[in-house]
Design a protein around this ligand. Structure first.
Ligand code: CTP
Length: 430
């Protein structure tokens, strides 16, 4: 049996190594066995440190996690139903513990019936050979590689290979996982596995999967580096219909994804008020470019998108084209008008407009918005307006808004000028 301790010491940070040793000590103490599993083991062979640490316990993973959390002064979150827990330590290492389990699927794509079981059974239930390798953390054979399905051979061949023929029937989310992994690692889905995937897609078994599980995979695909290559591969597998029945990959999408990267790069380097951007959502909105508003609404409902994500996606669908047409116009547009057009949209929607705009005029106006207008406030405050005898309500809001617009347009330049104008507006209704 190959021992990987030296490789681990080179590839893993000191704190990860200490943590893994500690897990071995706890296993010894508790009289059970612990194994490092999944992506961390796979990436070790690719000389990458994967900080998403998954550990399988032949024993009670929650009791185990509690012990580790106690010894490392970490925080534990447990999921009793699944026999799993996550421990976060002060060094910010996140460790997932799971009890070794066997899964049986009553129906295709149904949630598995879980039975606690041996470590080998746990490996058999996994998706791909490269993900089904493990490393013992136990005293006596710490670092020993356990590779029942020749994951190492498939890493050498650069193959993504399913463990068994029912893999994509049991769990069609693996179709998206396989494509994502293939593109991320620069591997190839080996021909038999590709056929199994195609068969599962043709039979539309994905329709029986719980939608949030598919949604999470779609989001993960869009969060990868170079998401267009994943979308392109999904298209080759006719798997875009998993996302939406009418989704088509048009040839412009590649260019739009590149333009999104450029727009986001510009935003990060130049925008004075940086907000964190959900870039995956911009890609998603771009992908839905040709799908109708109702089609996008159907997607949001079916995949239970969060309220904020949904609002951003739908507001773009509703307003995007109209706003862009106005912004691209050659005639002069006042800054307050640009503000009124873009302020109600999310930054994600605005960055997509910047990416799809074919006009330098339109792009320039969006940049101007991010640079100057976004987040601008009047110098007078609410108390100043109250002091003029205006009560809170629509008239009050209108006054504040009018002052801001005049400030944006460079008509009011000082607080005094704003106050003068406020007095005039206040009188109009007195
Ligand atoms: N797994 C599986 N089938 C799924 C999801 C996960 O068999 N539908 C198994 C795989 O063995 C995988 C492990 O669970 O390696 C952990 O899953 P996850 O953390 O999602 O993936 P990683 O392989 O760790 O990949 P990543 O690098 O993207 O975190």
């Amino acid at each position: 049996m190959k021992n990987l301790q030296d490789k681990m010491s080179v590839c893993f940070s000191q704190s990860t190594m200490m943590l893994l040793k500690k897990v071995g000590d706890v296993a010894k103490h508790m009289g059970c066995k612990a194994y490092l599993i999944g992506g961390t083991v796979r990436d070790l062979f690719l000389h990458k440190e994967n900080l998403d640490i998954d550990i399988v316990i032949e024993g009670d993973a929650i009791l185990f996690g509690e012990r580790v959390a106690h010894e490392l002064h970490g925080i534990i979150v447990s999921h009793k139903r699944f026999g799993t827990c996550t421990v976060t330590t002060p060094e910010y290492v996140k460790i997932d513990f799971a009890t070794a389990r066997r899964e049986t699927y009553a129906k295709p794509a149904a949630l598995p019936e879980v039975e606690f079981s041996s470590f080998k059974d746990d490996l058999v239930r996994r998706d791909f050979t490269v993900n089904a390798m493990a490393i013992s953390l136990n005293e006596g054979d710490f670092g020993a590689l356990i590779d029942f399905f020749d994951g190492v051979g498939d890493i050498e061949k650069k193959h993504i290979k399913a463990l068994h023929d029912k893999s994509f029937v049991d769990d069609p989310t693996r179709i998206l996982r396989g494509i994502r992994l293939e593109r991320r690692l620069g591997f190839i889905i080996e021909p038999h596995t590709a056929n199994l995937m195609r068969r599962s897609i043709e039979k539309e078994i994905y329709k029986r999967v719980e939608k949030p599980r598919l949604r999470d995979e779609i989001i993960l695909a869009l969060k990868e580096k170079g998401p267009f290559r994943i979308i392109e591969r999904m298209n080759e597998f006719r798997a875009l219909k998993i996302v939406h029945p009418y989704l088509k990959l048009h040839k412009e999408v590649d260019g739009i994804f590149t333009a999104i990267d450029e727009a986001c790069g510009w935003y990060n380097d130049n925008s004075p008020r940086k907000r964190s951007i959900e870039k995956w959502l911009i890609y998603l909105m771009a992908l839905f470019g040709d799908v109708s508003y109702d089609g996008a609404l159907y997607f949001c409902n079916k995949f239970e998108l969060k309220r904020g994500e949904r609002l951003r996606m739908l507001s773009y669908k509703k307003q995007g084209t109209k706003v862009l047409k106005t912004l691209n116009a050659k005639r002069k547009i006042l800054p307050s008008k640009i503000y009124r057009l873009l302020e109600p949209l999310s930054h994600e929607a605005t960055l997509l407009l910047m990416a799809v705009s074919r006009s330098d005029i339109g792009k320039g106006r969006i940049m101007e918005f991010f640079h100057k207008y976004n987040g601008m406030r009047a110098s007078v405050r609410g108390d100043d307006i109250k002091a003029l005898g205006v009560k809170a309500g629509p008239h009050f809001a209108k006054i504040m808004e009018k002052i801001l617009y005049k400030k944006l347009d460079g008509i009011l330049n000082t607080r005094e000028e704003e106050l003068e104008y406020a007095k005039k507006l206040a009188k109009r209704r007195l």
